[in-house]
Design a protein around this ligand. Structure first.
Ligand SMILES: [Zn+2]
Length: 328
């Protein structure tokens, strides 16, 4: 009887001790935890929701370290499932990595746009404003402004050093170009004695007369490209004299620009032309003597004012009239 009671008591105490040991072991090994999901994605086990918040806040601080104005958020609220896990498992999981992958960021960037092209990117608005102000102070009327954008990731943020370099380049590029004053070029007119290679001035002998009253030259031989004669100044109606004796070969209207004009053949291949006349006093075929009044100065044909256009042609080719006028 006593031995039975002792057995039962001993067994009972033993069982209680075994259960207690097992219970203690289980309690020490397994811990209550919250199984955490975001957007259906398993993140890991946390001791409790508060521990989740601590990890989340660590990661927010990590992003704010890059840009204090960053907006950090989760696409959806986390869901927690009450659970028990082995202690060692809590240490092994990568909750930081997993949660970091779920965290969304929105950065506000400020781009400095010059002439429609993005030149610098900053996370601070006052920095972007500062560079726009500097650019506008350096370059008059520069088209520079700040463009605000929201981006998920920060890329190509401009360092201060780089921004200073870009600023210098833009200023340099927009510098007004200084055009040096051109050296005054002194041109000494050089008149060819013949216009066409091989043209030879015909030799003529006999009395010669200056073809009008005045000697002022308005426009010399080749005074402009293609000007084959010498323009002598004179009021309308001033007499035009035959340079030498000869035969009038033309007296009338010339539609190629000479207007009313007289052409005299002096022989030996020389013909003199008197153009832009206002009056004609001779007719074709007529013989004239040197110094005879043949016409009056005018501004007919291609002419911009009253003058005598005197031209000398040797065998049909215009030559320098001074060959004939020099010394007369
Ligand atoms: Zn002329």
């Amino acid at each position: 009887m006593l031995s039975t009671l002792r057995f039962v008591l001993f067994t009972g105490i033993s069982l209680v001790m075994i259960f207690t040991a097992v219970y203690m072991t289980v309690l020490n090994t397994y811990k209550p935890a919250v199984k955490t999901y975001i957007n259906g994605e398993f993140i890991g086990y946390f001791a409790d929701e508060q521990q989740f918040d601590e990890v989340y806040n660590d990661l927010v601080a990590e992003k704010q370290n890059i840009d204090e104005n960053v907006k950090v958020y989760l696409e959806s609220e986390p869901t927690f499932e009450q659970s028990y896990i082995r202690d060692s498992l809590l240490e092994q999981q990568n909750v930081y990595t997993n949660l970091r992958a779920e965290i969304k960021t929105e950065y506000t960037i400020y781009e400095v746009v010059v002439d429609g092209e993005e030149q610098m990117t900053f996370t601070a608005e006052d920095q972007a404003d500062g560079y726009v102000e500097k650019l506008k102070a350096e370059v008059e009327d520069l088209d520079a402004s700040v463009n605000v954008e929201k981006v998920a990731e920060l890329e190509n943020i401009t360092s201060t050093d780089r921004a200073d370099t870009i600023l210098a380049e833009i200023v340099d590029r927009n510098k007004p170009v200084e055009i040096p004053e051109p050296e005054p070029v002194v041109v000494t007119p050089q008149y060819p004695t013949t216009v066409y290679t091989g043209a030879v001035a015909a030799y003529v002998d006999g009395p010669k007369v200056w073809p009008t009253v005045g000697r002022k030259v308005n426009c010399d031989y080749w005074g402009y490209y293609g000007h084959n004669g010498v323009d002598l100044a004179g009021a309308a109606g001033t007499p035009i004299y035959a340079y030498m004796a000869g035969t009038v070969v033309f007296s009338g209207w010339d539609s190629t620009g000479y207007g009313y004009c007289v052409k005299i053949n002096h022989g030996n291949g020389l013909v003199t032309i008197y153009a832009h006349a206002s009056a004609l006093y001779v007719t074709a075929g007529q013989y004239v003597s040197a110094g005879q009044t043949i016409a009056g100065i005018g501004s007919t044909g291609w002419s911009t004012g009253n003058h005598l256009h005197f031209e000398a042609r040797s065998n049909g080719v215009p030559v320098n009239p001074w060959i004939y006028l020099n010394g007369v």
